[in-house]
Design a protein around this ligand. Sequence first.
Ligand code: GRF
Length: 216
Amino acid sequence: MSRLRTAILISGRGSNMDALIDAARAPDFPADIALVVSNRPEASGLSKAKAKGVAVAAVDHKIYAGREEFERSLQIVLETHRIEFLCLAGFMRLFTPWFIEQWRGRMLNIHPALLPAYRGLHTHERALADGVKIHGCTVHFVAPEMDEGPIVAQAAVPVLDADTPETLGARVLEQEHMIYPLALRLVASGTVQVAGNRTRGAATGSAPALVVPSAP
Ligand code: GRF
């Protein structure tokens, strides 16, 4: 089986990166995590990846005159490592249309909300402030607009009365660690394909609905 050579782009602690690296250790996993790159050389995720035996690189955005110069350097690093697919995992830089075009259909992102709700930052605070009963996370292909693009997988998390942004965020993060490896598996194996703004091909679960609160 030829495995898709995948790079994970991070800016911080890399817990989603960890989940992807661990999942890709399974012999039948269709992607190989060949590289982890951070735009912040001090990101703690880099040392974690190294300890797991994954090649790492830092491309420090601060030393470049602009976004494009940074991206061209990043692109050279990715080409040097013969990378075929990208997973953004807490990567805190917006890309130019040029970079997104280079990786169209070959770049996933994870977002801590049920898109298209709560694009951007502070998703858990905003969900609590709005009083939603169901929150969650999304893995999607990257499109030029921030937090947009065909959705591959979502997990819904009930909001509890006592939730704070931290407790809710922790339960969402647990689900992120489940759906990101699932989404990469589905895409890298060719099971899921993009069709317009949707993706198709994955089996769906058997639960008819998640209802919150549950009936007494
Ligand atoms: C995650 O919540 C992810 O959804 C968001 O940034 C956070 C990164 O966390 N894009 P980690 O670095 O993967 O732990």
